[in-house]
Design a protein around this ligand. Structure first.
Ligand code: PMP
Ligand code: GLN
Length: 380
């Protein structure tokens, strides 16, 4: 996280995308699609811009988006929310930041499952909180109940759950979710759940932790539009919790961005109300992309972990005789013209078991994936 000067450094995603631009390499580093999402959603944003939705909107978000989030939760998960249970944010990133800053005081402990999305560690640091990583390990990357139990202390203030999980593509099973809820209850900790990949679960259906009744008393749920509608640059997300917690989190959001994305909010509302066909298509499309890249990486000699969800595949370069994926990531553009992210960028250096593994994004055109796989075969 920190550069040589002790300050926050550019993220690994920014670094790897800059490297891809500089070298012209194929960018399987940062997770953003290179194909557009549904036409109706894109057109709705243009319509909103042409029809005066260009100034500050309501602090909690536009009414149509709040209503669409409520409807979406009922339609897909049978969860009943009220309008006061939702806050619209500048992506899941701001939702996480506002939630963490609202609840964490210096010295509080935050449990995360490692490897973890970098923002959790960065915002914990900004809040002066202490990150307590619980390792997830191959082959299944499910949380180990004993390790979680041991990680929790009287100072545990928050447990951050990210299922479907970036970067492993794991979906936490129900037993793990229930265990997390029990540990949180015992320590009276808040559970923050980051479900931005909710519609990219390939072989089953996403089950939000909010469907576990006992979780609700202590739960803040977060999602966003970027992945579901292939609009990662729009930065529209939302927080779902009780009206009391939403009020506390909005109080922080006011001073981060105040409001955001005026014309994109009604467009995302259109997206959340799309017919089932969109949600089925996006799942099938990305499952196919996952399979193309997994086959290619295996042929190129990597050991590939099966991803059940999300945008990413983990590929271990050890069978190629490569034991340091961080060094490999820096040289790969010149060696074979492909960019990926070393997994250790999302974990502590002490995780030696992750040292030779790369994360590759498969949210790219089929042609790019085929081409990347054939270039990677050049590492052999
Ligand atoms: N959480 C996870 C797990 C992610 O992978 C990402 C990356 N896009 C985010 C949050 C951030 O989402 P957003 O772009 O909506 O801020
Ligand atoms: N979530 C994306 C990823 O994991 C990147 C988001 C970002 O660049 N911060 O690649």
């Amino acid at each position: 996280l920190l550069g040589a000067d002790g300050r926050l450094a550019p993220t690994i995603f920014a670094e790897m995308t800059a490297l891809a631009s500089k070298t012209g390499a194929l960018n399987l580093g940062q997770g953003f699609p290179d194909e557009d999402g549904p036409r109706a959603v894109l057109d709705a944003a243009k319509h909103a811009i042409d029809h005066g939705r260009n100034q500050y909107g309501p602090g909690r978000g536009s009414q149509e988006l709040i209503d669409a989030v409520v409807e979406h939760q009922r339609r897909f998960y049978g969860i009943g929310l009220g309008r006061g249970d939702v806050l619209v944010t500048a992506g899941a990133t701001e939702a996480l930041a506002a939630t963490m800053l609202a609840y964490l005081s210096p010295g509080d402990e935050v449990i995360v499952f490692e490897p973890y999305y970098d923002a959790y560690a960065a915002v914990a640091a900004l809040a002066g909180a202490v990150l307590v990583p619980v390792p997830l390990a191959a082959p299944d990357f499910q949380p180990d109940p004993d390790r979680l139990q041991r990680a929790a202390t009287p100072r545990t203030r928050m447990i951050i759950v990210n299922s479907p999980h970036n970067p492993t593509g794991t979906v936490f099973d129900e037993a793990s979710m229930r265990h997390i809820v029990r540990v949180a209850e015992r320590r009276d900790a808040i559970i923050v759940t980051d479900e931005v990949y909710e519609h990219l679960v390939y072989d089953e259906r996403h089950v939000p932790i909010a469907t576990i009744d006992a979780a609700r008393d202590r739960l803040v749920s977060i999602s966003s539009a970027g992945k579901t509608f292939s609009v990662t640059g729009w930065k529209v997300g939302w927080v779902m919790s009780t009206p009391e917690r939403i009020a506390q989190i909005s109080a922080v959001k006011q001073y981060l961005t105040f409001v955001n994305g005026a014309p994109f909010q009604p467009a995302v509302a259109v997206g959340l109300r799309l017919a089932d066909e969109h949600f089925d298509t996006i799942q099938q499309t990305f499952a196919r992309k996952r399979d193309i890249l997994a086959r290619g990486l295996r042929k190129a000699g990597f050991t590939v972990h099966d991803a059940m969800a999300g945008y990413f595949l983990l590929a271990d370069a050890a069978p190629l005789g490569i034991d340091d994926a961080t060094a490999l990531a820096r040289r790969m553009p010149e060696l074979v013209g492909v960019v990926g992210v070393p997994l250790l960028a999302l974990a502590r250096p002490s995780r030696r078991d992750l040292r030779s593994t790369m994360r590759f994004a498969f949210c790219k055109s089929d042609d790019t994936l085929h081409e990347a796989a054939s270039r990677l075969a050049g590492l052999k």
